[in-house]
Ligand binder design. Structure first.
Ligand code: AMP
Length: 496
């Protein structure tokens, strides 16, 4: 499949995507759009940046436009759920772009902002409702939205929605939608919890998987800087002396730390803004806009707030604190490798974060190359041979070991190169952790829904973005045959 025309999308939609500059379908689009147009349930495993939004939005628009249903008061025909306001907004904007030549109405609803205009739009009638789960339930509970006419139910970034505790809200929303419907679930990762959840929601889905987790990582130049926790801010200021750091997103684990890092950057003369869950919606939008326009050089974000950010031209991603969930590392660094761009991702790692680093290197199946020619290189951390100790969860990230906690010396402040003593298996560009499959660290299965059910899923090949390697192995008894190969697309699905 090399052209959008082959996908049989209607002319007004083709016209809109041509104007968007899309020339050929991305692998996730080529892999899912035909099944979606046929009305099948689809499970898409794809990260942001793969074109997944258009993958579910284009066939939805096509079908709704063909059906020519009028919008009915309070009764949308399609519901798209997303974990965060930013992602919901992003989806809404993309849909507006793709739907510019079809007479369909879309509304985005999310919390933290006035509910009244959202209710009014629903009252006037819309075709497509994009929502975060909590706000949609509120609106439903107040009697302003009835999902009994919904024909298509789409869940985007399902893994993140489960992580954020939306499972009960989603179940309630799902129960309010007729059983006879098309259900589409996209997720960046497929831990057992998400697989079990998808299994309960989808009927005989076609599974399409692209961009195995390592692929995004491969497009980004990754660097690892060992640094004491107390030196991180100084290292950050030091890095900002490089004018190549033009558009930089900095990740922290906590909102509090995001604010502190932002204040420090501003003090150091770097234009910066923070975005996290404690910020009002309009403050978040303002910060995002200023960052996208290039008015601010640095955006400091927590993982949740950063989901769905689609800003072009991010030159660097700095992991000021490593995430305690290895998957988040991939989401984070993917911010700088959107579409075909490449970028640099720098990970700061202090003593307390060595366990997180280990999890991350396992999931990306490579060792992150260390850079030690900076003035804050923590040689003792780099050369540590002791087993990394996992910090107690839930506290302020990075532990309390600031400054002198590790007892004097050891820091090489002259920028002298140290022997790079990497963890075992740090082969050059190889796959030292082959066979890891998508088995991160057990943590990702927390709250899992028990063993995955027997595999009744079909699997399609979606080609492979960026020539990435197919995921090796897979779970025994899990999805058929591992990798993304040889989908038996003709098997009778028996549904709609
Ligand atoms: P997404 O994965 O949906 O967040 O999309 C990532 C970016 O890729 C967005 O900026 C889209 O506008 C863009 N995009 C989606 N599909 C295509 C395509 N077929 N060709 C070029 N760009 C695309």
């Amino acid at each position: 499949m090399t052209d959008f025309i082959d996908l049989k999308l209607s002319k007004p939609i083709l016209r809109a995507i041509t104007e968007e500059g899309y020339k050929t379908p991305s692998p996730i689009q080529a892999g899912t759009i035909p099944s979606l147009l046929e009305g099948e349930d689809v499970l898409g495993i794809a990260q942001t940046g793969t074109g997944k939004t258009a993958a579910f939005a284009l066939p939805l628009l096509h079908k709704l436009a063909e059906a020519q249903h009028k919008a009915i008061s309070k009764q949308p025909l399609a519901v798209i759920l997303a974990p965060t306001r930013e992602l919901a907004n992003q989806i809404g904007e993309n849909i507006q772009d793709y739907a510019r030549y079809v007479p369909l109405r879309t509304k985005v609803v999310f919390g933290g902002t006035s509910i009244r205009p959202q209710i009014q739009a629903l009252f006037r009638g819309i075709h497509i409702l994009v929502a975060t789960p909590g706000r949609l339930l509120d609106i439903m509970n107040q009697g302003h939205c009835d999902l009994s006419k919904v024909e298509t139910f789409i869940l985007d970034e399902a893994d993140r929605m489960l992580d954020m505790g939306f499972i009960h809200d989603i179940r309630k929303i799902s129960a309010a939608i007729p059983k006879k419907r098309q259900t589409v679930l996209f997720s960046a990762t497929m831990p057992a919890s998400v697989k079990g959840f998808a299994d309960g929601l989808l009927r005989d889905p076609v599974t399409v998987e692209v961009a195995p987790q390592a692929t995004t990582a491969e497009k980004v130049e990754q660097q690892l800087m060992y640094v004491d926790q107390g030196d991180k801010r100084a290292l950050l200021d030091h890095l900002f002396k490089d004018p190549a750091m033009e558009k930089v997103i900095i990740f922290t684990r906590t909102k509090h730390r995001a604010d502190r890092v932002t204040r420090n950057l501003i003090q150091a003369g770097v234009t910066a803004a923070a975005i996290h869950g404690n910020k009002a919606q309009n403050a978040r939008q303002r910060a995002l806009k200023a960052f996208a326009n290039g008015e601010t050089r640095a955006l400091v974000a927590t993982d949740v707030a950063a989901r769905g950010i689609d800003v072009d031209g991010i030159t660097h991603v700095i992991n000021f604190e490593l995430p305690n969930e290895a998957d988040s590392y991939i989401h984070r660094i993917g911010r700088t490798a959107r579409a075909n761009a490449t970028g640099i991702a720098i990970a700061f790692c202090c003593e307390e974060e060595r366990a997180y680093l280990k999890d991350i290197e396992k999931i990306i199946r490579q060792s992150i190359p260390m850079v030690d020619d900076h003035p804050y290189h923590a040689a003792d951390v780099a050369n540590a041979t002791s087993k990394p100790v996992r910090p107690v969860q839930g506290g302020r990230g990075g532990g309390g070991g600031r400054g002198g906690a590790k007892g004097g010396g050891g820091r090489n402040s002259g920028g002298k190169r140290h022997t790079n003593q990497r963890p075992k298996g740090s082969g050059q560009g190889g796959k030292p952790h082959a066979g890891g499959g998508n088995n991160a660290s057990g943590a990702e299965n927390a709250g899992g829904a028990g063993k995955p059910k027997k595999n009744k899923w079909r699997k399609k090949s979606a080609g492979n973005a960026g020539g990435g390697k197919p995921r090796s192995g897979g779970r025994p008894g899990g999805r058929s045959g591992g990798a993304v190969q040889g989908g038996n697309r003709n098997r009778n699905s028996g549904n709609s």
